[in-house]
Design a protein around this ligand. Sequence first.
Ligand code: NAP
Length: 441
Amino acid sequence: MRHIAIIGSGPAGYYTAEAIQKLWGDDVRIDIFDMLPVPYGLIRFGVAPDHQSIKGVSRRYEKTALNENVRFVGNICIGRDVTVPELQTLYDAIVLATGAPNDRELTIPGADSGNVFGSAAFVGWYNGHPQFAELNPDLSGKHAVVIGMGNVALDVARILAKTEQEFAGADIVAHALDALRSSNVETITIVGRRGPHQIMMTPKELGELGALERASPRVDKTDLPDEAEDALLEPGLRKSVTHLRSFAAIPEDMHAEKPIEVAFDMFASPSEIVSDGSDGSVTALRVERTEVKTGKAVGTGEFYDIPADLLVSCIGYRTSPIPDVPFDERMGRFANDGGRILNGIYCVGWARRGPSGTIGTNRPDGYAVADLIHEDKEAGKLGRAGKAGREGFDALATERSLDVVTFRDWKKIEEAEEKAAREGAPREKFVDIEAMIRAAN
Ligand code: NAP
């Protein structure tokens, strides 16, 4: 019998469990740890609440979770409650599938101004992550600025732009829906340091901006390169650029019909966050006009201010380091060679490659790390079988009075969340850990 510990119960963690289970069948026991009492990581806390069809993939993870050889061990923080060296004594292999939950920092003057948030915090707020439930962003101003030209920037802009009716069927948490209901935001400016041909937004997600009830997307025609140049783009990006072209063609009278504008401000590199001396809150984002030279944004020396009462920076993420595990500070992820960190310690998903790709990208990633572990076992690198595995962990948990949340407990939490849902919504999430644990008990 072999014992595997997977740290993190998001997509990368569950795909890895699925793959190891397929390879080793009844010869393996897998424990999937999560620091929260609830599983699915990014599916629950990252994927936008109005993208329920993407969240449906959790049903596949549940199939793996219900396999007797796989266990969910919630409410346990590795590195705090139990260390990695301790896990090494109990399990044959440890797979870090911890994602990238921290914001890549916006390192410009004024970044610590009030009402400025990174996307991890802001997305966590509207998705009910216990760490960010109290964020309380002030939506009373007219101008919101979103930095970044990726899908997260699109999510944030869309959530700020939607009407309450457009959240029907979404699992946006009540505190966020309440705040958005009384929001005064009229302009949402999406700021990108490069141009239309360098956006990271995917076509389906960008297309959604063109179909919002009360918001109209605006692109400056003069930002668009000659249309013939689009032919050289890879097909997905070409489709996205086609959306930008259609937004640029929206006539003024149609913009005027909608009270909210989602404006793209491209070739604009953030240089400073300007704030109000009285309460330190953001009032503007100062940007430098850029030109794109051989793919890079180069400043032109021309600066201007974009009004901002709320600013959300969506410029990427970093993995959280874990004590005793080598970390690549520059890349913001575990130091690894194709998924191997140290003998018997692996990483997968965003913790391995950084924050890129879709949920589905983690599937081949999970299967690849399972193959690595198999290869290492065959080569004798995992040592001899016979470690204590889950029984050893349970003994340690009892000794330390750790309050483990099981998958069965999670199903009780889930049931309570489904019962509490407002009409038409799939669930009303608990946003604090105590409430989750109470529901589990
Ligand atoms: P991303 O796709 O890497 O986009 C990050 C954006 O931030 C880029 O436009 C980048 O510009 C910009 N940026 C980085 N540093 C900056 C700086 N210092 N100043 C100004 N701009 C800066 O990251 P993401 O949006 O966080 O998304 C992460 C991953 O999740 C992506 O793979 C994304 O597709 C995926 N995702 C998918 C969905 C979906 O499928 N519905 C939803 C959300 C997220 P440069 O290109 O110039 O560096």
